[in-house]
Design a protein around this ligand. Sequence first.
Ligand code: ATP
Ligand code: MG
Length: 207
Amino acid sequence: MSKKIARERRLGIMGGTFDPIHYGHLVAAEGARYSFNLEKVFFIPAGNPPHKPGHIVCEPSIRYKMTCLAVASNPFFCSSPMEVERPGPSFTIDTVRTMMHLHPEKRIYFITGADAILEIFSWKDSDILLSMCNFVAATRPGYCLKELNEKLDSFPNSFKQNISYMEVPALAISSTDIRQRVREGKPIKYLLPETVEDYILRNNLYR
Ligand code: ATP
Ligand code: MG
């Protein structure tokens, strides 16, 4: 009788406001997919993020549309409107619960920037969240792993064991910078997929 070793099956979630989505997000998600053997990465734009009141420019349906355009060329990527369609503030724990319900046999890996990982402790039910799924923290420019590890040292081990780090090519790209560039009439080419750039320009977003 052949023995089969059960291999953990994993799905990634890339959360964000994606206002707009850019190559920093895409490179981080692809790096995590490869390094952590994720079968698929779901890009889930936040509908109404509790952390960013007043900072969101585009409405959820538009950010979701741009996310769909951006992930279309990668067969391992897809986007989900679950947060955009859910009324009330978008809490990560609700999204992870929904994903676990929809994919009960898969382990969930939540991909986030290293800057965002330190904020996790202020998220709703962060202790439960950290016991439910794994976190992959992508380093972005200006973030030193050593410094991050030192900061995390003060947190209990039970919190830390599900957090992994991943170095991604230093991409100094942010949505804030892209929005500002559009306002100032500066180029945004090569900072984000061409389909998203076209969508922004055609619909006069961020003017
Ligand atoms: P904003 O400037 O509006 O805050 P942002 O560029 O940080 O936007 P978000 O939608 O806030 O984009 O980010 C979603 C997730 O992607 C967060 O976890 C964030 O840390 C991460 N992220 C953003 N930019 C990069 C980047 N250049 N490289 C790696 N990760 C990134
Ligand atoms: Mg951000």
